[in-house]
Write a protein of this length. Structure first.
Length: 520
């Protein structure tokens, strides 16, 4: 007699069905991920192939400046060399130790910048800050205010009441004596043929590397501030050769920044250019520069191409920063990572790069506004769509760099105006007065007249009744306002409660102007 088969219990049946269902789900999920990986990888590969056929490049190595021997490198002076000296034992330190490191040695209880010396910390930090030279308003730097600032921070050196700029200049230089050895070292190193800050690009996003990079920017900005003031004080005392050496040191530091394929480096460079022009403009306003000195300054300014460096840095943001992250697997699943990479690159090429016409050396505000509108309509405020169409990273990253065109247009305009101001001063020295038209400068005093970055048209120029001139770009509003400088409506000109000087410059309104204090 056969034994009847034992029926499995309901629990076992349920478990079997659940395991089967789970296996099916795992198989389907694996298949889905495999399909998505193939789809994303294939789409990115095809996009790269298509763009490379059009002459596009995606390798980050092409953007990294070549190494320079230490003895030929201005950036390897004692002021700069320790900052980016990051041996493996330093790079391996956790983020918490970044600001407590001196050449790889932990220093307990110390915060802030430790690898280098910030010369800017020697300047007074008072409530009433001296107003720097501002050609937009026709204001010269006030050395009396600077002297008062030093008096407030170092009463032990308080002299008799300072009443004239020459006395103020001497007092300022006395208070900057602590900088003299470093400035002499930098002036000597300026003869070195190259300048490259040794950023470890291969690990650029390491916390230690980022800390060192940011510190180098602080050191450079502080150096520029000290050198500008030092140069202006030297000029007042009639030592223009020494003032020119100070300015040339600032230009050497600028040389190191210009090839760095990082957008933050170029933003620091834009700010530094404005600081450098303060001392250049001060000498022009007071007719202190000789013909030979003006020629040196003009030649250097004519080679200052902020636009090209910014475009290279935009590619650096794409290929050195973003694409490297994606290639390492920034997002999971891998297929979605590649689709995010594709869409970010596509949006970058369609809505960021076209804002700057590198070949034509023009940055159109109208076109920039249209690009902003197109980006807003396609990406911003559409979280579900961004998730569904793999545009999350594009919608997060690209708005942060969309305003760089406006910044570089203003900074490059400043440089171009300063270069022309040097040529105009050379003309005055030769002819006894400024020319009626800018065209009179070419070709003797300037080989090619730069055009307005905004619209490609000639820059605006006119002589004034006091024998000076007004030189300007039409600015971001694309209108010729007659050389009028606009200020923020919330703080109108002359209404700053702390000082009777013009308030914040509104670069989006009015013209971008180079002019001088009246009566000089």
């Amino acid at each position: 007699m056969e034994t009847p088969p034992v029926k499995p219990s309901a629990l076992k049946i349920f478990c079997r069905k659940a395991l089967f269902a789970l296996a099916v789900l795992v198989t389907l999920a694996a298949g889905f991920l495999a399909e998505e990986h193939w789809r994303g990888a294939s789409a990115w590969r095809n996009y790269k192939r298509e763009m490379e056929a059009k002459g596009e490049h995606f390798d980050a190595a092409r953007l990294i400046p070549p190494q320079v021997p230490d003895d030929q490198n201005f950036a390897m002076t004692p002021l700069f060399a320790p900052i980016l000296n990051l041996p493996p034992e330093v790079l391996s330190l956790p983020a918490a130790h970044v600001t407590n490191t001196v050449n790889g040695l932990r220093k307990e209880g110390v915060a802030g910048n430790q690898r280098g010396t910030n010369l800017g910390s020697l300047l007074p930090n008072t409530v009433i800050q001296p107003r720097r030279f501002s050609w937009q308003y026709g204001l010269a730097d006030d050395l009396l205010l600077w002297a008062a600032g030093f008096k407030g921070t170092n009463s032990a050196t308080l002299p008799a009441e300072i009443t004239d700029p020459v006395q103020a200049a001497s007092f300022i230089l006395d208070n900057l004596k602590a900088c003299e050895p470093t400035l002499a070292e930098l002036q000597s190193a300026s003869a070195r043929p190259s300048c490259r800050f040794n950023i470890p690009y291969e690990v650029w996003d390491n916390p230690q590397a980022i800390s060192a990079l940011l510190e180098s920017f602080v050191i450079i900005k502080g150096l520029d501030r000290v050198l500008t003031l030092h140069a202006e004080a030297e000029m007042v005392l009639g030592r223009t050769d020494q003032a020119l050496k100070d300015i040339q040191v600032m230009f050497r530091a600028d040389d190191g920044l210009k090839d760095e394929p990082l957008l933050i480096s170029q933003l620091v460079r834009l700010a530094g250019a404005s600081i450098i022009l303060e001392s250049v403009g001060e000498g022009l306003a007071e007719h202190r520069w000789s013909e030979a000195q003006l020629q040196v300054l003009q030649d250097r300014l004519s080679k200052t191409d902020l636009i090209a460096s910014t475009v290279q840095a935009l590619y650096g943001e794409r290929d050195l920063c973003c694409n490297r992250k994606f290639d390492q697997g920034y997002i999971w699943p891998r297929g979605w990572n590649r689709l995010e990479q594709l869409n970010l690159n596509r949006a970058f090429n369609q809505t960021v790069l076209p804002r700057i016409d590198l070949a034509g050396r023009e940055i159109s505000p109208s076109f920039t506004h249209s690009m902003n509108l197109a980006f807003h309509q396609s990406y911003e405020g559409k979280a579900f769509s961004a998730l569904l169409h793999h545009n999350i990273m594009a919608s997060m990253m690209l708005p942060a760099i969309s305003g760089v065109g406006e910044k570089v247009a203003f900074a490059q305009s400043e440089v171009d105006l300063a270069m022309l101001a040097c040529a105009l001063e050379r003309y005055r020295l030769a002819q006894g007065q400024y020319p009626e038209e800018l065209a009179a400068l070419a070709p003797r005093f300037v080989a090619v007249l730069p055009h307005d970055i905004i619209n490609g048209q000639p820059l605006k120029y006119r002589r004034t009744e006091d024998g000076r001139f007004v030189l300007y770009s039409v600015g971001w509003n694309e209108k010729d306002d007659g050389g009028v400088v606009a200020t923020a409506k919330t703080n109108p000109i002359g209404k700053d409660p702390r000082k009777n000087v013009p308030a914040r410059h509104d670069t989006r309104q009015g013209d971008w102007v180079w002019q001088y204090p009246g009566g000089n």
